[in-house]
Design a protein around this ligand. Structure first.
Ligand SMILES: Cc1cc2nc3c(=O)[nH]c(=O)nc-3n(C[C@H](O)[C@H](O)[C@H](O)COP(=O)(O)OP(=O)(O)OC[C@H]3O[C@@H](n4cnc5c(N)ncnc54)[C@H](O)[C@@H]3O)c2cc1C
Length: 608
């Protein structure tokens, strides 16, 4: 018997609730975050009843068309890379900014150098290092179809209208109420409810969760065009394309080719900047300030989005930069836009949706199947990690807003300053931030330590402070490690700690070692990457990870090189173990990359 109800207390359309069922998990919303969570949960628990309730009938229109390669590992895991490759989406290999009209273009490719340097993911090999610019109706349908294929119970045209709470534990969410178009309303009870309802934030409204908002762009006006001109300097080609951004007086614009002939063009601005005119007028005026876009659109025809018979129009969406105070609780998790959304300047929404859905699926699976892991630690781990990721993205977004100099309005700089005060400050040069941001480093799923991102925001500052001013390809390139040269610690001391983390190569959350280094008065958090997901026996390494870290650090006495340290470990562990060896080597390599270790030769040269 369910006692408390939030949301619709009465069913609309005069329908009685005549269906009452149970499932293991209910996912509210069948967008990218919802489908990813549901697919993974079903694959981890084939016997479980996983339901997705989606209010629309797919394919349906959605904004948010430019993706990042950092999501590819998750897309591979849910089994959609082939379908995406076959869908005929333009390949995205990078981005171009014309951010200040008095300055040259900022352009680079993450598929050639930047991304592989940062990622260095050994799992899984052979993933594409590009992403796609997608028509979202098609993209989201691929995901929904995949969910059905793996056995998820997907119900379209079914809107969740209320939340049900457990009478014995009032804080625990125990089900949802829904209305199915043209059919009876119903109740669905489940062990876990995942809110993936996007910016509708259905569950968090019923849970009355507080929200943090950030004063960047709050309104987007966007249109579709057919017959645009491919300007290779700005947007590359169909098989090697880029997103194009330009700053304009009232904000900034995007130009995304989503097909060979079709482009999505948007203006991000503020409601208050639109007073005294229509959205269409504002859009036209701002295009005039972006001559590169005006040129690509000359001769193109404005069209409507793919799923309507209505005439072409200027679409409007509003209010999006926010973060829910809480992201998980008894019986519930928030994921994707329902959890938080940064700003479209980063093209990060889908990447966050997929990666955080993985974290949530792994968290629920841990709650279901791993009694050794405290539930609270997993929920706190998810909230903490998401907060950190969000902060990094927010820093990046504000960085861009601060620098969009068009001599017309100081408003954006002020706004960026305010937002920055509430996020982690990342004080980087143009090149550095561009590199880190294009590669999506900030998704930093620490468990797997993707190079720079594996060190958290503070560690990142440390890395960037120490980077020499070199061309972009050199920036985060991992130094070659001379395995015989002595490695000299550049830190004064360190403390061992622990955190809970998860990763695309596993199906659960783990307790893992962390290290905080003290270095010239600064504390640098470090999350060693231990798990090599290609291996069959991950558990072994997770169990061993703390001792690998402790012993490796203990053997780093300034006299031994990586090979000697590895040999000493061999003795500690009673014989050669390939994975222990590889983990220790990787740990030393990472420390070298961020200059917490230095080769002795270099230290001597520096001293001269
Ligand atoms: C202007 C703008 C530009 C953007 N550009 C980009 C970009 O270039 N690249 C990028 O990666 N991201 C971009 N984004 C963000 C991106 O669109 C989102 O981050 C992404 O769609 C999030 O996926 P999701 O699954 O969390 O939510 P959604 O994709 O919104 O899916 C939520 C689903 O829930 C359903 N739903 C809602 N309420 C209910 C309910 N009560 N019951 C049942 N179903 C419900 C909805 O119908 C929808 O299908 C942009 C966003 C904006 C606002």
């Amino acid at each position: 018997m369910i006692s408390r109800v939030a949301g619709a207390t009465r069913h609309r359309l005069g329908m009685e609730s005549n269906v009452s069922e149970s499932a293991d998990a209910v996912v509210v919303g069948g967008g990218p975050a919802g489908c990813t969570t549901a697919i993974l949960l079903k694959r981890y628990n084939p016997a479980a009843h996983i339901v997705v309730l989606e209010k629309d009938l797919f394919p349906r229109h959605h904004v948010g068309e430019s993706t990042l390669p950092d999501a590819n590992a998750v897309l591979h895991k849910i089994g959609v890379i082939d379908a995406l490759n076959r869908a005929g989406f333009p390949i995205k290999c990078g981005l171009t900014y014309k951010w200040r009209h008095d300055r040259p273009m900022f352009t680079d490719l993450f598929s050639k150098g930047v991304h592989p340097n940062l990622q260095e993911r050994t799992y899984p090999r052979g993933l594409p290092d590009h992403s796609w610019q997608v028509e979202r109706g098609k993209y989201d349908e691929i995901l929904l179809r995949r969910a059905r294929e793996v056995g998820v119970d997907v119900r379209e045209q079914t809107q969740v209208v209320g939340a049900l709470f457990d009478p014995d534990e009032p804080e625990r969410l125990a089900g949802v109420r829904y209305e199915r178009r043209g059919q009876a309303a119903g109740e669905l009870h489940a062990r876990h409810i995942v809110d993936a309802s996007g910016q509708a934030r259905a569950l968090s409204r019923w849970l009355r969760l507080g929200i943090d908002k950030f004063p960047l762009g709050d309104t987007a006006l966007y249109r579709y065009y057919e017959g645009f001109r491919w300007n290779a300097d700005l947007i590359g080609s169909f098989f090697d394309g880029k997103i194009f951004f330009a700053s304009v007086p009232r904000g900034w614009m995007w130009f995304i080719p989503i097909g060979e002939h079709t482009a999505s063009v948007g203006l991000v601005t503020r409601k208050s900047f639109l007073a005294g005119g229509t959205p269409a007028q504002a859009f036209d005026e701002e295009v005039e300030h972006a001559p590169e876009i005006a040129d690509m659109l000359s001769g193109a025809a404005q069209v409507s989005h793919a799923y309507t018979d209505e005439p072409a129009q200027t679409y409007v969406v509003q209010d999006w930069t926010y973060r829910n105070e809480r992201l998980a609780g008894p019986g519930w998790y928030l994921v994707g836009d329902a959890a938080a959304f940064v700003d479209p300047i980063l093209s990060s929404g889908l990447n966050l949706a997929h990666n955080c859905a993985l974290l949530v699926a792994n968290a629920i699976n841990t709650e279901w199947n791993c009694p050794d892991v405290p539930v609270a630690a997993v929920r706190e781990g998810y909230e903490g990690l998401y907060r950190e990721i969000y902060s990094s993205f927010l820093s990046m977004a504000t960085w861009w807003y601060e620098r969009r100099d068009t001599n017309i309005s100081d408003w954006w700089k002020e706004a960026a300053k305010q937002a920055r005060n509430r996020s982690t400050v990342v004080n980087l040069s143009d090149r550095e931030v561009f590199l880190a941001f294009t590669a999506g480093y900030v998704t930093d799923f620490r468990f797997f330590n993707i190079g720079a991102g594996g060190f958290g925001a503070q560690g990142l500052n440390y890395i960037f402070d120490n980077l020499p001013d070199q061309p972009i390809q050199e920036k985060l390139h991992r130094p070659d490690m001379d395995v015989d040269s002595p490695l000299v610690p550049r830190f004064d001391r360190y403390e061992l700690g622990a955190y809970y983390g998860s990763h695309v190569g596993t199906d659960r959350w783990w307790r893992l070692p962390s290290v905080t280094f003290e270095c010239e008065g600064r504390r640098v958090p470090f999350y060693p990457s231990i798990l090599e997901s290609e291996d069959d026996d991950e558990l072994l390494l997770v169990d061993l990870s703390e001792s690998i870290v402790v012993r490796t650090l203990a053997h780093l006495d300034g006299k031994r090189g990586a090979n000697q340290v590895a040999r000493a470990l061999q003795q500690d562990f009673g014989g050669f173990d390939q994975r222990v060896h590889r983990s220790a080597m990787k740990l030393m390599h990472n420390l070298l990359t961020v200059k917490l270790l230095e080769p002795a030769a270099r230290t001597a040269a520096d001293a001269k």
